[in-house]
Design a protein. Structure first.
Length: 252
């Protein structure tokens, strides 16, 4: 009997929606969620933003935020910046209803086991796209070391490691580090969020061995954190950075 099966006996996996223990039949069939609970989730389906992956209405290519940033980047006035350091992004679920509670427990209540369900769904819905991108390594959005030690884990690392294993890619948890602690982004307005992340991340010199990287995080909101990490990777010599998150906002 494998180690995982033994652990499942003594520490049975829980459903990521209702948090109740999965039964033996579900475990044998490879299910990581109760069938009735799956119906309470909202997968991201087309149409979604061509850039960040948020759901959009039928006649839009880009969500409101991405459209605004593209327009600003194309402005003939002032200093020109790239529209985005991220090539493209995708998400698996819309961040609403039961998924909000699921993600809260995953991040703050030590429900690390939920990661296997999130990884399974990410590879099922986005696996073909990820394989087509030419990705060489998977990198989690880093957490400040003191915060990670205090919490006991970085949820992005659990996701990134699982995705790397499923897709047979290199897993690089230390390729970029968070070298400065910052205020929680949710406490700040748009301008403060940008300034809050300046010089917060640092890539290792050997990052140049990879020309295409997948950045992984739990939730996509404004995208400023992922953009800051991607900017550091690109400036350090990485050619392309793609983004995959478990959840994203509703879009427009």
């Amino acid at each position: 009997m494998g180690v995982k099966k033994i652990l499942d006996i003594f520490f049975p996996p829980r459903c990521p929606v209702c948090d109740r223990i999965l039964d033996a039949e579900e475990l044998r069939s490879g299910q990581k969620i109760h069938g009735i609970c799956r119906k309470k989730l909202f997968p991201v389906t087309q149409p979604y933003c061509f850039h960040c992956g948020r759901p959009v209405v039928e006649d839009r290519e880009y969500c409101h935020d991405c459209a605004r940033r593209r327009e600003k980047a194309q402005s003939p006035y002032g200093r020109r910046e790239p529209f985005s350091y991220i090539e493209r992004g995708r998400s698996v679920f819309i961040y609403q209803g039961e998924m909000k509670q699921s993600m809260y427990r995953f991040k703050y209540a030590n429900r690390r086991e939920y990661a296997s369900f999130y990884v399974q769904e990410a590879c099922r819905s986005c696996g073909d796209w990820l394989r087509s991108c030419g990705i060489q390594a998977v990198v989690p959005v880093p957490m400040y070391r003191k915060k990670e030690k205090r919490r006991g884990y970085n949820q992005a690392k659990l996701l990134a490691r699982g995705i790397a294993e499923e897709l047979n890619l290199a897993y690089e948890p230390e390729l970029v580090l968070r070298v400065r602690d910052t205020r929680p982004q949710k406490e700040l307005d748009d301008k403060e969020r940008k300034n809050n992340l300046k010089s917060a991340f640092q890539a290792r010199e050997d990052v140049v061995q990879y020309s295409c990287i997948l950045l992984v995080d739990d939730i996509y909101t404004t995208g400023y954190t992922a953009e800051s990490v991607a900017m550091e990777l690109r400036r350090a010599g990485v050619g392309k950075v793609f983004l995959l998150t478990v959840c994203t906002g509703k879009g427009c």
